[in-house]
Structures are given as structure tokens and as C-alpha cells.
Design a protein around this ligand. Structure first.
Ligand SMILES: [Fe+2]
Ligand SMILES: [Fe+2]
Length: 136
């Protein structure tokens, strides 16, 4: 899929969450690199684990920030995070079955999901927070 550059439009206006999204994308880029290059094959498994740990950390932080601000879209948002967690679990299972082509397709799919989620859903929360006059 090639390296995905961070773009200004991915910012939701909450510094802590923006920094986490950048890190998230960085793990995805690293994973893609390990999958397509001839690097250390063990690095794919390690990066997959880091990515899913980071996803769990980030989603928990985001949901806690939403809960603390009384954001009305929290439940719908949480469902999207849960869907993503399932996708990641599927990705890890497929990696363990050594199906690299399928995993590459899934990484691409996961990156698309993440960027769309930031642009369409996380930014909605950023807008809500700035209207409420708080930065979470
Ligand atoms: Fe989110
Ligand atoms: Fe997010």
C-alpha cells in the first residue's frame, strides 16, 4: 500500500488524541514495511501485537475522554471501536496461519478504516469538544 503520510486534515483538534493517531498510523506503516520487505519475519508478529495493544490503549483513552465530556455519540462510537478490535483479532489469526497476501490486504483495509474513522467519526467528537469549550 506504500507509506501513508500524516495529513493536517486528520487532526481532530485534541492534541493528545492527534498524537495517538499519528502513533497508530506509524505502527500500521511499520507493519506494512515488515510485510512487504525482506526484513525480520518475526517483526511482523511483534508489530501486530504492538498495533493491537496500541489500538486498545487508544480506544480506551478516547472513550474515557468522551465519557468525561458527556459526549452523546459515545455508544455508537464504541461500537465502531469494537468492530475494529474484531478486525485486528482476525488479522492476527490470519498472520498465524502464514497467509501473507491476505494479511497485506487486511492491513490496507485496516489503514483505510482508521483514516475514515478519524475523518468521519473522531473529528465529530473533536468538533463537539471545541463547541463545549474544552480540549478533553
Ligand atoms: Fe475513535
Ligand atoms: Fe481515534
Amino acid at each position: 500500500m506504500g507509506y501513508i503520510e500524516w495529513e493536517e486534515r486528520y487532526c481532530i483538534g485534541v492534541d493528545r488524541i492527534d498524537a495517538q493517531h499519528r502513533q497508530f498510523l506509524e505502527y500500521l506503516n511499520r507493519l506494512e514495511q515488515h510485510l512487504s520487505g525482506d526484513g525480520d519475519p518475526g517483526a511482523v508478529g511483534i508489530t501486530l501485537n504492538r498495533l493491537s495493544d496500541y489500538a486498545n490503549f487508544h480506544f480506551a483513552e478516547e472513550e474515557a475522554t468522551m465519557g468525561a465530556s458527556g459526549y452523546p455519540g459515545l455508544e455508537v462510537h464504541r461500537e465502531q471501536h469494537d468492530d475494529f478490535r474484531l478486525q485486528l483479532a482476525d488479522l492476527k489469526a490470519r498472520y498465524q496461519s502464514q497467509d501473507r497476501t491476505v494479511v497485506q490486504g487486511l492491513v490496507r483495509f485496516t489503514a483505510d478504516w482508521l483514516l475514515r474513522h478519524i475523518l468521519e467519526v473522531d473529528r465529530g467528537f473533536g468538533g463537539y469538544l471545541s463547541q463545549a469549550g474544552t480540549k478533553g
